[in-house]
Design a protein around this ligand. Structure first.
Ligand code: C5P
Length: 252
């Protein structure tokens, strides 16, 4: 297993995705302003996208932001193919689909990306990473077994989804940092892991069931961490993010 060596602050920042879980473009912009100059990713999820829309994403791209568009697509393959084509045309760097949609649906997402890129001149739009959502980090075994109706442990479900995503040609998965080691062992080091459920030491866990500190997540070998409320809900988000970056830069 190869662990990322984040030897400087810019490299470390580039591995953090800050979740812009806001109800308006204005609120998101306020946070972005506070974090100005820190080369982290920003994650646009459904709350913000459904109100601010593709224009907001295009504006952020024009300003040079790296974007994870977290829309968790899950539909029939043809619809997901079209959705993937649309978001790839926006120029986002990462987007995701539910692995629970199955192999054919995930393959369709990759076809949608291919279709989008053939419409652009080589080099004008980057190929986004397509990431499969495994089991939401808010799910525990009781919910998985009794509500969703999937037998076995959360870890088994996550691993099954990760292998399926890999077979379908996806670039990686979203999972809890607790599963990174097993995912990398099963799917290879270059299969990307994006891990939410991150809580700096002492932070409120909220509705996340399976959590780790940012440093622990990188020690497990994760590629990116997604952090929302531990940064956005603090009076000084910049100071909080700077502290997180400090905590993950490897001592030389
Ligand atoms: O505020 P918090 O740090 O819990 O935010 C986590 C972010 O990651 C949210 O935007 C949530 O939608 C997203 N996410 C998640 N679990 C997944 C996939 C995405 O928590 N499996």
């Amino acid at each position: 297993m190869s662990k990322l060596k984040l030897s400087n602050r810019a490299e470390a920042a580039g591995r953090i995705m800050v979740a812009l879980d806001y109800a308006s473009a204005e609120s998101a912009e306020q946070l972005i302003k506070q974090l100005e100059g820190i080369p982290c990713y920003v994650k646009v999820g459904m709350q913000l996208f459904y109100t601010a829309g593709p224009d907001f994403v295009r504006r952020l791209k024009t300003r040079g932001y790296k974007i994870f568009l977290d829309l968790k697509m899950h539909d029939i393959p043809n619809t997901v193919k079209g959705g993937a084509e649309s978001v790839a045309k926006l120029g986002v760097d990462v987007f995701n689909v539910h692995a629970a949609g199955g192999r054919q649906m995930m393959e369709a997402a990759m076809e949608g990306v291919d279709k989008a890129l053939t419409g652009f001149q080589a080099g004008t739009v980057t190929r986004p990473l397509v990431i499969g959502v495994t089991q939401l980090t808010s799910t525990n075994e009781q919910v998985l077994n009794q509500e969703i109706g999937i037998a076995g442990s959360v870890e088994e479900a996550v691993l099954r989804y990760a292998v399926l995503a890999k077979e379908a040609g996806l670039n990686g998965v979203v999972a809890s940092p607790l599963e990174v080691l097993r995912i990398k062992a099963a799917c290879g080091d270059s299969f990307v892991t994006v891990t939410p459920g991150i809580r700096p030491a002492g932070a409120d866990v909220g509705d996340q069931s399976r959590v780790m500190t940012p440093r622990e997540a990188f020690e497990q070998g994760t590629d990116y961490v997604v952090i929302g409320r531990p940064i956005t809900a603090f009076p000084d988000p910049r100071q909080t993010l700077e502290g997180i970056i400090d905590s993950i830069v490897a001592e030389s």
